[in-house]
Ligand binder design. Structure first.
Ligand code: HEC
Ligand SMILES: [Cu+2]
Length: 363
């Protein structure tokens, strides 16, 4: 029965330009979300106008003359009562049904979707690409500077566009067009929420829980991405951008650049990037707390008891021990820790950088 209304809905939904509420829709969900939204919207407006008008008309028409007592005590009208119960029930079920259908479609990503993670923290975004471990910053600060520059006139629109393009070479959430993309969302401190208005998708980022949203972008371009859960002082600055590439090739080319290292940085900074990018972060803390493996704070130069082939030994943590621990994690198992350090293939340079990073964390 609901199908009867679909032509009506899709008429409201064939919104291709920006509306008063939202930017032009450019994802596979735009039609359903906008259709549901405008359905609820127009039903609400219709009844607001109808009920308010009737209220005013009845007040004037049935106003009793001064001093007269109320006389009519009509207390029942079957037709009216069936109508004003039945119609809202049907309308509510329609709203539920369309919302439910849309929700199910949005909650289940196709199995061939490409996965990216988006991690929110006060007050920035980080995107990681599992295929090559690239960690790409949201670069909120750069985008805010550009916006401020446009506002106070210090940046011409052309200069702003040029700077934005430069920032986007190594920042932002990049996806190919017409490809299902699954975003795993998480938060490292407080509640945040990922919102891409042009795609009509939104998902809360909850600390300690991995959420998921998916979409298929239908139009190449650059779109806004923001935090839509009040998360403290810098909340309004948590902007980033989504770049929809016009082909898989151009996306992959970008990803390669994004995953490369900026070798002009100091070694310990490069080491920190390796720590994040190659997943050492999940087992080695920098603040003295113990995760699966030993913390890196103060590790360098400290004394380490270990077991090698069942024989106890000890060593100071130095360059050689670090290199050996990375290349052959199962050789010497530090006492008090499980032998769970995986073999992560690092290049010689990456090992050098990580070592310098560990050194920089103090003795
Ligand atoms: C799944 C958890 C896990 C991951 C991921 C991991 N490690 Fe480890 N790591 C451990 C554990 C557990 C130990 C201690 C046991 C041992 O010595 O094998 C350890 C020990 C080490 C040690 C010896 C340090 C010491 O104080 O004894 C170094 C160096 C090290 N890891 C480097 C790395 C680097 C670099 C990465 C990222 C490329 C990494 N680890 C990723 C779990 C992990
Ligand atoms: Cu936030």
């Amino acid at each position: 029965m609901m199908h009867f209304f679909n032509p009506l809905l899709s008429h409201w939904a064939t919104q291709t330009g920006p509306s008063f509420w939202l930017p032009a829709p450019v994802s596979n969900f735009a039609d359903t979300v906008d259709g549901d939204f405008y359905f609820v919207y127009w039903v609400s407006i219709f009844f607001l106008v109808l009920i308010t008008a009737l209220l005013v008309i009845f007040m004037m028409k049935f106003k009793a003359p001064e001093g007269q007592k109320a006389t009519s005590q009509n207390d029942h009208n079957l037709i009216l009562e069936v109508a004003w119960t039945g119609i809202p029930v049907i309308l509510s079920f329609m709203m539920f049904w369309y919302g439910y259908k849309g929700y199910v479609a949005m909650a289940t990503a196709p199995s061939n979707a490409m996965t990216v993670t988006a991690e929110a923290s006060r007050w920035l975004w980080n995107f990681t690409y599992p295929t090559n471990g690239a960690v790409v910053p949201g670069a909120s600060e750069d985008f805010n500077e550009i916006r401020m520059g446009i506002r106070d006139g210090s940046l011409t629109p052309e200069a702003a566009a040029e700077r934005e393009a430069k920032v986007l070479e190594k920042a932002g959430l990049h996806v190919p067009v017409n490809t299902p993309v699954r975003i795993k969302v998480m938060a490292s401190d407080v509640l945040h929420s990922l919102f891409i208005p042009a795609f009509r998708v939104k998902k809360d980022c909850v600390p300690g829980r991995i959420g998921e949203l998916w979409f298929e972008a239908t139009e190449p371009g650059v779109y806004d991405l923001l935090c839509t859960e009040y998360c403290g002082q810098g909340h309004s600055l948590m902007h980033s951008k989504v770049v929809v590439h016009e082909s898989q090739e151009s996306f992959e080319k970008w990803l390669e650049v994004a995953a490369s290292y900026d070798e002009t940085l100091p070694f310990e900074q490069l080491g920190e990037i390796v720590w994040k990018r190659k997943g050492c972060v999940s087992c080695h803390s920098l603040d003295g707390s113990n995760k699966v493996g030993p913390t890196w704070q103060g590790a360098f130069g400290s004394l380490r008891q270990y077991t090698e082939n069942g024989v106890a030994g000890s060593t100071t943590v130095d360059e050689a021990y670090i290199e050996e621990s990375i290349r052959y994690p199962m050789k010497k198992i530090a006492d008090g820790y499980p032998g769970q350090m995986p073999v992560v293939k690092l290049t010689d340079k990456e090992i050098l950088w990580v070592t310098e990073f560990i050194k920089s964390l103090g003795k």
